[in-house]
Design a protein around this ligand. Structure first.
Ligand SMILES: *Cc1c(COP(=O)(O)O)cnc(C)c1O
Length: 396
């Protein structure tokens, strides 16, 4: 039954009119209207809409305050900058992440030390983090992979024991909680992304939380060139207001134009999460017999943000490789993603840190087998049926 030459087999003809785009955002009328209203207001830069977005996200996340920035990459860089680490400090992170997580460490003048991931949960392996702590280690930067909370209690305890800063890359984890508390609020810093594939988008944007309110004020300044007052508050002041530069900051603030796109999506977060849960459960049921490792069930007392439905090809049960799965799904007009090729395997990281990193068996095993299925809230039931049909065909 197995189709040895898929190109010649009629069953392999794509039946969809349009490709199913991986990670397509959902933009409604409220978003469109707010963007137009912002354009008509004459104020596009950081201003009242950013302040409103920050208030609403802080409330959603249960944080005292939030700083809107122009990407999660910027949030990570600002968090590390605010730690004022001496050059050459080490920051332990996971290799199973987007490259921006590790780049932020490099840009802060520090050395990324990669810990392995648990091949079942795809989250950072806390025991390996412990093994990798040296006298030069200053921080742990963990990722809530695919929206599954990592072991925040163990990581926080380890960080406290060794006086390290604990930073959460919560780019996948807006909706994720542990014991009812939002991911991104456990560490000294929490970093979120509003990139188009993420569950809320401002096209590009991000959010930064700090546990210490004094640090929040500094982050606000650091995100705006290190200036004491932004243009909106100076515009609002009686008479002309000067600003002062108190440290060399970055150009990382979010604009009102971008915030306008995100503002109303906050009201839809839960509804969209519910929709992804329906799609998730359908995938779990209908893909159960295939030679795949499906996402591990969430831990008790946690909420998974359901950002990525990552499958691992089980090569003990099929000879179809991961790259063949990607190519064939693409041919059938089903978009996919690879999250991720392990960061330490990329050429620059190999060249620069390869010798020190050595091999990370868990991350390398996942890296060779993983692919992610479309899971946008805007997908129809027919879209999901197409994904299942295509995957059954590809792996039959
Ligand atoms: C998307 C992502 C980032 C970067 O987010 P940007 O907003 O695009 O800068 C960082 N880390 C992880 C894990 C991500 O998925």
């Amino acid at each position: 039954m197995s189709a040895r030459h898929p190109d010649d087999d009629a069953r392999w003809r794509p039946w969809r009119d349009r490709p199913l785009v991986f990670g397509a955002p959902t933009i409604g009328a409220a978003e469109r209207d707010e963007v137009i209203a912002c354009l008509e207001s004459g104020w596009l830069g950081p201003g009242p809409r950013v302040a409103e977005l920050e208030r609403r996200f802080a409330a959603y996340l249960g944080a005292p305050a939030a700083v809107a920035v122009n990407s999660c990459s910027a949030a990570l860089q600002l968090a590390l900058a605010a730690l004022d680490l001496p050059p050459g400090s080490e920051v332990i992170t996971t290799s199973m992440t987007f490259c921006a997580t590790a780049h932020a460490i490099v840009h802060a003048g520090c050395e990324p030390l990669f810990a392995d991931c648990d091949p079942r949960t795809l989250n950072i392996d806390v025991a390996d983090v412990r093994r990798k702590i040296t006298p030069r280690t200053r921080a742990i930067l963990a990722v809530h992979f695919a929206g599954r909370p990592c072991d925040v209690a163990a990581l926080d305890a380890l960080a406290r024991e060794h006086e390290l800063a604990f930073i959460e890359d919560a780019a996948h984890a807006l909706e994720a909680t542990v014991g009812g508390q939002h991911c991104g609020t456990f560490g000294a810093f929490g970093c979120f992304s509003f990139y188009p594939t993420k569950s809320v988008t401002t096209a590009d944007g991000g959010l930064l939380l700090a546990r210490d309110p004094h640090v929040t004020e500094r982050l606000r300044r650091l995100a705006l060139h290190g200036m004491t007052a932004d243009a909106w508050s100076r515009h609002d002041a009686d008479g002309f207001a000067h600003y002062e530069v108190v440290e060399p900051g970055f150009k990382s603030a979010l604009t009102d134009f971008a915030a306008a796109l995100g503002l109303h999506q906050i009201d839809a977060i839960d509804e969209r999460w519910q929709r992804r849960r329906t799609l998730w459960r359908r995938y779990e049921e209908e893909l159960a017999g295939l030679p795949l490792h499906l996402p591990a069930p969430p831990d008790r007392n946690t909420r998974h943000a359901l950002h990525l439905f990552t499958c691992l090809v089980d090569d003990t049960r099929t000879s179809v490789t991961r790259d063949e799965v990607l190519a064939r799904l693409h041919r059938l007009r089903i978009g996919t993603g690879v999250h991720y090729r392990a960061v330490h395997l990329h050429p620059w990281y190999q060249r620069t840190y390869g010798r020190r990193t050595g091999s990370l068996p868990g991350a390398e095993w996942v890296s060779a087998r993983t692919f992610s299925l479309p899971l946008s809230a805007g997908m129809t039931d027919d879209d999901a049926a197409d994904v299942v049909r295509a995957l059954r065909l590809v792996l039959s």
